[in-house]
Design a protein around this ligand. Sequence first.
Ligand SMILES: Cc1cc2nc3c(=O)[nH]c(=O)nc-3n(C[C@H](O)[C@H](O)[C@H](O)COP(=O)(O)OP(=O)(O)OC[C@H]3O[C@@H](n4cnc5c(N)ncnc54)[C@H](O)[C@@H]3O)c2cc1C
Length: 565
Amino acid sequence: MPSMNTDREVDLLIAGAGPAGMTAALVASIEGLDVLLCEKSDQVGGTGATSAGTVWIPGNHQSKAAGFDDSPEAADKYLSALIGENTNRELRRAFLDTGPAAVDYLEANTDVQFVPCGTHPDYRSNMPGAAISGRAVVPRPFDGRLLGRDFKRLRAPIPEFMIFGGMMVGKPDMAPLIGRFKSFGNFFYAAKLFARYVADRLRYPRGTRITMGNALVGRLYYSLKQRKVPILFDAAIVDLTRDAGRVSGARLNVGGKAIVIKTRKGVVLATGGYGHNKALRDKFMPQPVPVHSMSFAGNNGDGITVATNAGAAMTDQDSSGLWTPASITIRRDGTTGLYPHFMFDRAKPGLIAVNSTGRRFVNEAVSYHDFVLAMFESHKHAPSIPAWLICDAPFISTYGLGVIYPGHGNLKKFEDNGYIVRAATLDELADKIGIDPAALGETVARHNRFAKTGVDVDFGKGETELNRFNGDAAHRPNPCIGPLAKPPFYALAVWPADIAVSTGLRTDGDARVLDDEGKPITGLYACGNDMASVMGGSYPGPGTTLGPAIVFAYRAAMHARGTIG
Ligand SMILES: Cc1cc2nc3c(=O)[nH]c(=O)nc-3n(C[C@H](O)[C@H](O)[C@H](O)COP(=O)(O)OP(=O)(O)OC[C@H]3O[C@@H](n4cnc5c(N)ncnc54)[C@H](O)[C@@H]3O)c2cc1C
């Protein structure tokens, strides 16, 4: 949009076209504000485009209508148990009070639509107030063809989340695709997906049946386009301007040209947090500072930097990140990627995780965030980064491992490129990955005894709803514990990687950025991962970052409009 590439004045400038920034721009536009959305890259979506797209909204009406009961009050009790009664009280109240309304508002006024997840347990499902179902929603799949030529502006998911080099599959697609020869229904379902994909590839660089986080940002982008909300691409916020004590606008770098945008109502920072800012990682993250981040490569902490330069305060959170164990993949073009071990392998029966001593250090079936916290803790006593996921041949063929899907016919490819290590015996496997064979042998023998009794006396694997949800319900006596018995044996290294950061700008419940004295900096808002997480560094359940990103973006826009606050 060359005509926009000049100094100008708007009501609200939003920096960053991820889920948070696009929501803020959309709501502000619907509320009648003159809005400009600037995006540093040439595409919308940020990390949100590569996410699973689950959104944690306690008491949401979509789940209620589908028969799943939940309430913000129960979630409040849960958060009190998890992070303390008084932690982030004001933010928490704002999040819980507004969550269902924010989602309803998007559904009523835009093309952003959600479906309830149904059963999807909270990540500390044994705590008071935790929900087993009804708290999370996901975006309805989106038809990318609606974007026309601008489909190319929608950032693609990571290759690890696509099959055939460009076809997205959502969670509900997995079972029919994997079991495509098991029933006519499955076969028909899979055939329809493939046919659509083949047709897509005649015209588009990837499949246009869009699911998960890509559907969320696709729907946000489509809605912005329908409302003709201007988006300035290749436009990075580099500085804030101030006038009489309030933020009066910002300086942008637009393709190398400096321009100034003056704002009547304010600037919303939604640049995705500091995942790729080394200085901030060194300052806030645990030691040794993890080197891998799954956030979008352009998330350099720009929003945090411009705000702190203008006197904003930050809130440091426990561990400062929201974590997943990730394995390092070798992509088709020879480059490396990261595969997040969220839910498909760790909790299944027949897999253990060990550190460099060959000993287990964690209940493998806990949430991805808690798994990495255990890695950090274990690493204080014995090298545990990377940790190793160990399993046998039947495990891989039944459940898959990382990017290797169940029943994959060519494991050799993954051995040859170094993704997995294979050995005929456990001793040989231990040798190959540099851990003590005797210790690994003892660990496996002990775990195999747990498989018989169904009781993990060391770490309690399989004892919570979350564990069992991700296990194999058909496996007895414990859906998460099975023997490692049939060679060959396999090992896969996993590393801590942040999928989001939790340390960020301190705000009030209307997403207004606060200074060191706790006073709002007039005209400055932050949401998404630029804002310090309302969850106090914890990871309560599926959708922990996208839920607050949407809610506080909504509240920021409404406050700027003057509707609330
Ligand atoms: C594999 C994976 C799965 C995930 N699944 C989930 C999930 O299911 N549920 C959940 O809640 N969370 C999930 N997350 C985390 C979630 O994706 C992020 O927390 C979320 O996208 C953050 O939204 P955001 O808008 O703050 O930032 P982003 O989505 O990262 O967007 C930030 C945008 O700001 C732009 N930007 C950066 N600097 C500037 C600048 N100076 N000026 C202008 N623009 C700038 C970037 O280019 C980017 O487009 C997942 C993450 C990953 C990696």
